[in-house]
Design a protein around this ligand. Structure first.
Ligand code: SF4
Length: 163
C-alpha cells in the first residue's frame, strides 16, 4: 500500500487523473515551467524562517513554527481549495503523531497574503473520506478521464492527456 503524501491530497482536489499519473510514477514534472517557478519562490521566500521538514516521507512541510503552526507556501490562490486540504492533511498527520498543531497558515509570498487554516471535527471526517477515495483512485488500473480545464495547458501531463 502506497503512503498518501501531501501532494496526492493536493492533486486529488485538482485532477484525479493527475493524481493517478503522479501516484503511479508517471513523472513529467521536470518539464513544467510552473514547477520551476514554484521552486524559485520556495528558494527566495522566508529565507530566515524557512525549514523544510519531511515527515515519514509523506508530508513535506515548508516550515513549522514553535511546533504549533504549519506554514505552506503557494504561488497563487487559483487552486486554493486544494492547498487548504493539503494543509488540513498535514495538521491531521502531525496531530496523529502527538504534535499539538493549532493551525496552518497558507502563505502567498507573491501576493503578500496569508490565510489561517483549521481542521474541525467534521472536516476530519471529510478528510478520512478523501483519503479513502485517494486509495481507491491510485489503485485503479487506468486513470480517470481528462477534465478539460483551462489550467490543463499549464499541467506537466498536458501532452499525455491531449496530444
Ligand atoms: S492535463 Fe488536465 S486532465 Fe490531464 S492530468 Fe493535467 S489537469 Fe488532469
Amino acid at each position: 500500500m502506497k503512503k498518501i503524501t501531501g501532494v496526492m491530497v493536493y492533486y486529488y482536489f485538482i485532477c484525479k487523473r493527475k493524481l493517478w499519473y503522479f501516484s503511479n510514477d508517471v513523472s513529467m514534472e521536470h518539464n513544467s515551467e510552473l514547477v520551476g517557478i514554484g521552486r524559485l519562490i520556495d528558494e527566495n521566500s522566508y529565507k530566515r524562517e524557512k525549514k523544510s521538514i519531511l515527515v515519514d516521507e509523506m508530508i513535506n512541510i515548508d516550515f513549522l513554527k514553535d511546533w504549533k503552526v504549519i506554514h505552506e507556501v503557494k504561488k497563487s490562490r487559483k487552486l486554493d481549495e486544494a492547498g487548504k486540504w493539503q494543509l488540513k492533511y498535514y495538521i491531521w498527520v502531525l496531530r496523529n503523531k502527538g504534535v499539538e498543531i493549532e493551525k496552518g497558515i497558507l502563505d502567498y509570498p507573491v501576493l503578500r497574503k496569508r490565510e489561517e487554516i483549521f481542521l474541525t471535527a467534521s472536516e476530519e471526517k471529510e478528510l478520512m473520506n478523501v483519503l479513502k477515495q485517494i486509495k481507491d483512485i491510485i489503485e485503479r488500473e487506468l486513470p480517470s478521464g481528462v477534465i478539460n480545464k483551462p489550467f490543463c495547458k499549464k499541467c506537466a501531463y498536458y501532452e499525455l492527456c491531449y496530444i
